[in-house]
Design a protein around this ligand. Structure first.
Ligand code: NAD
Length: 496
């Protein structure tokens, strides 16, 4: 493995036996890397580190498998995906334990992630991408057919690895493509486990899952045998993916970072909405692309809402995901932990800013940061302008709704956002002005399988989920049958 991932090691006293899925079979690699439990900072497993030669074989297998897979009736492809989902369901507890160990989230949340992935799988299977008749008149008949692209290269991050792998597999396969999927080197094991289960349910080569580092992702984006990259991760990497994919004109879907604003108007019931706002910000330790990362609050309710959020933070148990009652786990990896601490150090240097709670790492092993709420902060600081991706929430004061909307939109991100008010019509009117892929009214967070999800601006390109999502796994073919006017018979009408 290369670059930013954990170090390559060979230690035999750790959990082993994880394998890639290549051409329907389990396979190890000569090299491996450590997977670290973020609650302890200590490695607990070895993960095989795939080579370029293994990627070449996986891509070749996917190309072979694609030929027959795309010709299967849609119903049969759906049946195979449904059987795969049912098999995953029988192993939810096992996957959840591994997810807590590699990702850090509380065990109950890990279970919910796997179950949510299955709900989304069902939702994708219920979505149809129909052939569209766009012309049927005196000029003839023309229809738009959706043709699979071939081999999808899917690349996922470390925050919700199961939730992100499952829809990429489902959307690729239901539209008739084969897939080669690479999880983050920080959380590769649950995805390798999905591959192990997939072997039993799909023809060899249809689903290939290989673990590797950042360089492996680069090999995928430049590979001539891959037709499209479906990437979820940071803006910086997304730009690299797009540049690299340009060499072979691969299609790309980029689901990138967000710096979501929630705007709270002056008429809200603070007690009722505070828990919703808190969890939309601190769930998964703030490591959700569409978490609230900038909370704009009207002056009239600012102090009351800040106090309510701090009170909730005081009741929340932070700790290892297997401990009873824990609701917030660690930050997932050392790099991210150091980045969030660096943002906090910068925040403390800003004049007038108040840290209402938290503000520091917890004095224990692992990558724990106390849930932190920062008041009297504004744009122009790193905490507000950048995506923190950790348990830290800046609360920004405003007096005028139009001004709050303008400030919320003054960002290179545009993933999602929300507006909160006792008057739903008022909230909706404001939400409609947000420059984001998803604008919520009195709600924030969640991807639903029938609604296209993706970002404006640097938060991404393309959409996943819904019929729009499936369209991005397909190429449009126009089949047109013009009505050619009958030629006048010789001697009739036209002069020779
Ligand atoms: P990251 O961009 O560092 O890594 C994501 C994946 O890309 C990993 O598998 C990594 O190995 C791979 N990668 C790294 N360099 C690569 C390269 N040059 N070519 C190809 N692949 C490469 O992101 P991360 O730190 O793992 O995840 C956090 C980010 O993901 C946050 O910004 C978050 O907002 C974003 N995210 C977005 C969504 C969404 O749906 N929009 C969902 C979850 C997370």
């Amino acid at each position: 493995m290369s670059a930013a991932g954990p170090q390559r090691v060979r230690r035999l006293n750790m959990q082993q036996g994880f394998t890639h899925t290549i051409d329907g079979k389990g396979e190890g690699s000569a090299a491996s890397f450590e997977v670290i439990n973020p609650a302890t900072g200590v490695a607990f497993a070895l993960c095989p580190d795939a080579t370029h030669e293994q990627l070449d074989r996986a891509v070749a297998a996917a190309r072979r498998a694609f030929v027959a897979w795309r010709k299967l009736p849609l119903q049969q492809r759906c049946d195979a995906l449904r059987a795969f989902g049912a098999a995953v369901r029988t192993r939810v507890d096992e996957i959840a334990v591994l997810l807590t160990r590699e990702q850090g989230k509380p065990l109950q949340r890990a279970k919910e992630e796997v179950l949510r992935a299955l709900v989304n799988l069902d939702g994708i299977l219920a979505t149809r991408l129909e052939t569209e008749v766009v012309r049927d008149d005196a000029r003839g008949r023309a229809e738009l057919q959706h043709h699979p692209l071939g081999v999808i290269g899917a690349i996922t991050p470390w925050n919700v690895p199961v939730l992100l792998a499952m829809p990429k597999i489902a959307q690729a396969l239901v539209t008739g493509n084969a897939i080669v999927l690479k999880p983050s080197p920080y959380t590769p094991l649950t995805t390798l486990l999905l591959g192990e289960i997939a072997r039993e349910h799909f023809p060899p080569g249809v689903v290939n899952i290989l673990a590797g580092g950042n360089a492996f992702g680069g090999w995928m984006t430049e590979h001539p045998g891959i037709d499209k990259i479906s990437f979820t991760g940071s803006v910086a990497t997304g730009k690299r993916v797009m540049a690299s994919a340009a060499a072979t004109l691969k299609r790309v879907t980029l689901e990138l970072g967000g710096n979501d604003a929630a705007i709270v108007l002056d008429d809200v019931d603070v007690k009722a909405i505070a828990p919703k706002l808190f969890w939309a910000s601190f769930g998964n330790s703030g490591q959700i692309c569409q978490a609230i990362k900038r909370l704009y609050v009207h002056d009239a309710v600012y102090d009351e809402l800040c106090a309510a959020l701090v009170a909730i933070a005081g009741t929340v148990k932070v700790g290892e995901g297997f401990e009873d009652g824990v609701l917030i786990g660690p930050v997932q990896n050392r790099m991210q932990y150091e980045r969030v601490l660096e943002l906090l150090a910068d925040t403390k240097r800003q004049p007038g800013v108040r840290i209402l709670c938290g503000g520091d790492a917890l004095p224990r092993p692992g990558y724990f940061i106390a849930p932190t709420i920062v008041a009297d902060i504004a744009e122009g600081t790193r905490l507000v302008d950048e995506e923190p991706f950790g348990p830290v929430l800046p609360v920004i004061r405003f007096h005028d709704v139009d001004d709050a909307i303008r400030r919320a939109n003054d960002s290179r991100f545009g993933l999602a956002g929300s507006v909160w008010s006792a008057d739903e019509a008022r909230a909706k009117a404001a939400a409609e002005q947000l420059e984001v892929g998803t604008a919520w009214v009195n709600h924030h967070l969640g991807v639903e399988p029938d609604l296209p999800f993706g970002g404006f601006k640097e938060s991404g390109i393309g959409r996943e989920y819904g019929a729009d999502g499936l369209r991005h796994y397909s190429e449009i073919r126009v089949v047109s049958r013009p009505i050619i006017p009958a030629r006048p018979a010789v001697g009739q009408g036209a002069k020779a």
